[in-house]
Design a binder for this molecule. Structure first.
Ligand code: 4AD
Ligand code: MG
Length: 507
């Protein structure tokens, strides 16, 4: 008989079960061992009582170290105070492995240490929850496209042509020729859309980003739909319904994991609202404080934020001082002391975050005020812009000079192209880039030359404009940026099992 999983214990109250897993935490008190067992499907408290088991079993329970692997047999009992509402009363225990002293302890570790131990860190509760949310997102992405008549087709990862400019290419040797690792499956996606109508690719992409940022990975996963007979507006409609679908589904399917990582989901619920669509020109005016949104300029909004944040910091500091007084009192109970210590730790972290924001805002104001028309938005510009809206924001009609060679030129203004970026709120910034594709072969050839790309490598791509050329559009969503937004993670390194980024190849 196969063993049971923690996830399904709630339905087995009163029954005898067998669980197999690892000791994620343990504490002992007189005649009792409390084990927090994790088995991949969840976490549960298991109690081994000296009175209920043989001396040998109790001895074995006693010698379990963190991350030791065990099989536990016992009875499931309801206990509302426990995680999952159940507890296991152990009557038998077998040891698979007694773990050596586990390097990840309960105390706070620095991020570099944890990244070095990523292969173990993945076992901890928070990382476990994030990976499950990532899984739900992946499932919802496929669900959306499959339900809407899209065919998944995969683009090659070795390519002979750059898609997103030559500055971030990883070069590799391909039987004596130079090949690049794919920066985007789009060009192949266009070919596949002309074969199937509506397709999407879902695969790894590579960009040599020679700097450490919180939003760039060297290897990341991209979802790229491409649709024949779609224009920019239809593309924006699709982006909106796609993002709304995935977020809504994750909010319901991953509710428990989002709660575990303490994600405030209120702002995510705003995907129900219409996504504002703003031409780049207006976005610049809004950013510079020259155009109001809901009666306020971006600068006024930031100044109000700054004032509020500073007030919050004062209040939090007062609360910390008050609790610090409390724990100094003679005769304070251990439980109350720990509760306050815990609270102080959380408050201090909160104050630190707020202080960072309070220090940043003046710089954001400065750079928003001085933003030059024609430039790409930086991270802080995206934060300022999205701050004025609840839902994610689409910026479209971009300056040609800062966008890729394949973007369709605007009929009314040859300096603009029909690209669109989706910016997530709360400072998460660009999560989607896409647009309508140019169909004019001669214009494309001119652009390929302008971007100093080798024409031979694009001959096959130009065939798509020779045989059955039609208006078409698509977009690319970076999975890790999306996971970061949904989980409220400041840095993309925690959104992928084994991040690859500048300075990080192991583990
Ligand atoms: O905006 P990008 O460069 O667009 C393209 O590659 C198009 N060819 C997509 C298309 O139209 N089919 O990248 C798309 C998205 C970005 O919005 C971002 O979410 C993600 O890919 N992305 C990265 N994510 C992590 N690390 C990086 N270095 C990323 N570069 C882009
Ligand atoms: Mg982009």
């Amino acid at each position: 008989m196969a063993h049971d999983y923690i996830k399904s214990l709630k339905a087995k109250i009163g029954e005898e079960v067998e669980l197999k897993g690892w000791v994620s935490n343990k504490r002992s008190s007189k005649g009792l061992e409390f084990i927090i067992l994790r088995d991949g499907s969840g976490f549960v408290q298991a109690v081994v009582s000296a009175e209920e088991v043989t001396a040998e079993v109790f001895e074995n329970a006693n010698k379990l170290t963190l991350e030791s692997a065990v099989s536990l047999k016992g009875k499931v009992v309801a206990d509302e105070r426990q995680e999952g509402g159940v507890e296991l009363q152990v009557n038998h225990l077998e040891i698979y492995h007694i773990g050596e002293e586990y390097p990840i302890a309960k105390k706070e570790h620095g991020i570099d240490f944890l990244m070095d131990k990523r292969h173990l860190w993945l076992r901890s509760r928070r990382q476990w929850a994030i990976m499950r949310i990532r899984n739900t997102i992946i499932q919802s992405v496929h669900g959306f496209f499959q339900q809407n008549g899209f065919i998944q087709m995969d683009a090659p990862l070795f390519t002979g042509n750059a898609c997103e400019g030559t500055s971030t290419l990883f070069e590799t040797d391909f039987y004596g020729d130079t090949a690049y690792l794919s920066q985007s499956g789009q060009l192949y996606g266009e070919a596949m859309a002309l074969a199937q109508g509506k397709i999407y690719t879902f695969g790894p992409t590579f960009r040599a980003e020679k700097s450490k940022t919180r939003r760039h990975l060297s290897e990341f996963w991209m979802i790229e739909p491409e649709m024949a007979f779609y224009d920019l507006n239809m593309n924006m409609d699709l982006i909106e319904s796609f993002v709304r679908h995935v977020v809504t589904e994750v909010l319901s399917k991953s509710e428990a994991e989002l709660a575990l990582i303490e994600r405030d989901t209120e702002s995510l619920k705003n995907v129900k609202k219409e996504f504002p669509r703003i031409p780049y020109d207006d976005a610049v005016k809004i950013l510079r404080g020259e155009m109001k949104v809901k009666g306020l300029t971006s600068i006024e909004t930031l100044e109000t934020d700054l004032k509020n944040i500073n007030e919050q910091i004062v209040a939090i500091k007062a609360e910390i001082a008050e609790r610090e007084e409390k724990i100094k009192q003679a005769g304070i109970k251990k439980g109350e002391r720990n509760f306050n210590l815990n609270k102080i730790g959380k408050l201090k972290a909160e104050a630190k975050d707020l202080q960072e924001r309070s220090q940043n805002i003046p710089h954001w104001i400065e750079s928003a005020r001085n933003f030059q028309h024609g430039n790409d938005f930086g991270g802080s510009d995206e934060t300022v812009l999205t701050r004025l809206f609840d839902a994610p924001v689409m910026v479209y009609n971009w300056p040609k000079a800062i966008k890729a060679f394949y973007m369709k030129q605007d009929e009314n203004n040859p300096d603009l192209v029909k690209g669109v970026d989706l910016l997530a709120p709360e400072g998460f910034g660009e999560i989607i880039g896409g647009g309508e594709r140019e169909t004019d072969k001669d214009y494309l050839i001119e652009q390929i030359h302008k971007h100093k790309l080798p024409l031979e490598a694009f001959e096959w791509y130009l065939d798509l404009r020779r045989y059955g050329s039609v208006p078409h559009a698509g977009f690319g969503m970076g999975l890790e940026r999306f996971v970061a937004w949904i989980c409220g993670l400041h840095h993309v390194r925690e959104t992928i099992p084994f991040p690859r980024m500048y300075g990080r190849l192991l583990p």
